[in-house]
Ligand binder design. Sequence first.
Ligand SMILES: Nc1ncnc2c1ncn2[C@@H]1O[C@H](COP(=O)(O)OP(=O)(O)O)[C@@H](O)[C@H]1O
Ligand SMILES: [Mg+2]
Length: 408
Amino acid sequence: MTTTGTAGGNTDREITGASIVLDGVEKRYRGQSEPAVAHLDLEIGAGEIVTFVGPSGCGKTTTLKMINRLIEPTSGRIVIGGRDITRMNPDKLRQSIGYVIQSGGLFPHWTVERNVGAIPRVLGWDRGRIAERTEYLLDLVGLDPAEYAKRLPKDMSGGQQQRVGVARALAADPPVLLMDEPFGAVDPITRVRLQDSLIEIHQELGKTIVIVTHDFDEATKLGDRVLILSKGGKIEQFATPAEILANPATEFVSEFIGSGATLAQLSFSRVADVRMDKVMTARVGEPSGEVSARVRAAGGRWVAVVDAAGRPIAWPSLDEIESAPQIAAYVDPRLSVVAPTSTLHDALDAMLAARQNGTLVTTAGGRLLGYVSFRTVVETIRGQLDDAYADEPDYAEFAEATGEEGAS
Ligand SMILES: Nc1ncnc2c1ncn2[C@@H]1O[C@H](COP(=O)(O)OP(=O)(O)O)[C@@H](O)[C@H]1O
Ligand SMILES: [Mg+2]
């Protein structure tokens, strides 16, 4: 593992991705009077994650699919890693670009292993190499190969299927990964975990990743840079999330991010950027009395119960654990867990969903790091509000009236 756990925090990682250049790309569908994409010039750096965001029908999917030529451009050039792909054999091209769609797009009657090995088999890899690669990739996306390799997609959750979809897209080690609304069909908590896994995978592999989403929060969380498009594939802004929020380039962008601009700060402040507190842990089967004495001596009131691999499964209060002689193997389905790459928005969502005043923090692989309290998140937001509205009389008055300290 070479990541630091912070989004973009690892500067010396290896970049295996390729640059993507769109040069005057246009798409007109037959029978449509208006072009879906009128004229697009775009440069994406090797190893960058870029998100495409904009209203429905603005040309996001069309643009993405032109990069692997599932849709042929009407005119213009697309260059990947210095090579003009508009002239390449499209089947060869698609074998060298990972592609992930909503719900994974797996073959339902094939095992996980067979799905992941699909492209390597076409490429003529030998069995041993495919098996080794499959095991590595399942592990990378957070699925235990021993448990999942032989399963059918229908016996897995939506989130797990989506993890397999990512493993399959990475099978032949492509320099570029394209994803079209990959997390659109899963519940919010699962979505956060998948996003955090993707950030970790990106830090580990250094691929170039392009993600289409209609969700501005997701775009700012995942994107090193965000491409905001309007109708006809028109670029409204292509910049880092911080830059977009600080200086919306057009009226369209201001309206698109809307009154959520301050709240959007929550979407690029990371859990790794705020204070994390230590949590006391206990293992299943330990005598409750010993655990409770240990936790009380340290001044704690809650204890994270961890499984044999050190992953938290429940977060009971001392009163709860004292009601049984030993620490139970109870798995709390609503346990609130986020990763260092999760945003403060994710952390608040997790706390609200679990009705907890804090959330545990683990690596994307599940190892416990600590916890972040509701109070810490609120204090961070208040600090950001003070900075953002330091010059606004309304906020100053409000702060005074409510006894808050102003930033002046
Ligand atoms: N196969 C197609 N035939 C004709 N028009 C299409 C086709 N696919 C998309 N379009 C049109 O092209 C425009 C852009 O669509 P799309 O790229 O799917 O947008 P987005 O992904 O941003 O929602 C829309 O007006 C859509 O109706
Ligand atoms: Mg689309």
